[in-house]
Design a binder for this molecule. Sequence first.
Ligand code: AMP
Length: 295
Amino acid sequence: MPWEGAPMAGIEVVDTIAAFRGHLDGVRRSGRTVGLVPTMGYLHDGHVSLMERAVAECDVVGVTIFVNPLQFAANEDLSTYPRDLPSDLERCEGAGVSIVLAPDVAEMYPRPVITTVSVADLGATMEGASRPTHFDGVATVVAKLFNIAGPCRAYFGEKDFQQLAIVRRMAADLSFPVEVVGCPIVRETDGLAMSSRNVYLSAEERAAAPVVHRALQAGAASILAGERDPGAVRTLMAGIISAEPLAELDYAEVVDPETMAAPTVLAGELRLLAAARFGTPRLLDNLAVRVPTHA
Ligand code: AMP
């Protein structure tokens, strides 16, 4: 077992696919619903919001904690990704989760992976442009976790908005019998979107990081004030982030929330997305905006 601390009262912790699958098969056989919350651990209040929503909507909730090597490129932070299983298990238990799967890499990938899932168009831009192999790794592990857990509902954060769109599309295209539920972004009081990677920020970088959220808010405000040129909104958001000396802008985009395509004229429901590097960590954020019909 990966967890060798004191046994926890209300939660089962397993490290094999067979144990997790067996438990959840039994739940479904008895007519109860299964909710799944896939994570990479180092859990914070954003993750807890997904777990609490799942617990409210499903009879039994399973959480997976797995830092998936397939979604990290060779130059990325796989080996230094923050981990704290004892604290994670406390948070899972506090949220009312029934079972946690915390497998090692050999359990998930006993052989070299030669079968992968790719959601071509949705994964090509923004995060996909900066991290070309990332979304294939995400889609492949999520497909595996769906097959392992057999969830009725699976919960993902809007924090990773492009990932959520990809998971929804994969589930529809491959007819997974699961409802993919998107959950709102949980933020720190100064607007910074919670992320496991925020722990990497120095005090100065942490103070500067909310600029990404402020840029998105300024972009949304400009649209609400009548701006209809996507290029002008992108330039406005990029300018605000670039003006922060500790931020290195990656992208600032306005997209259709389903197709992730950049519209030529702004209308209807839109999503503003931005990413920037602060020292080591790359931080992501996004914001919904609806173009007013009267303006
Ligand atoms: P991760 O552990 O970073 O892979 O995240 C696991 C899940 O939690 C993903 O569906 C994320 O989108 C979601 N998540 C991460 N941060 C937040 C946040 N601040 N608010 C809401 N959901 C989040």
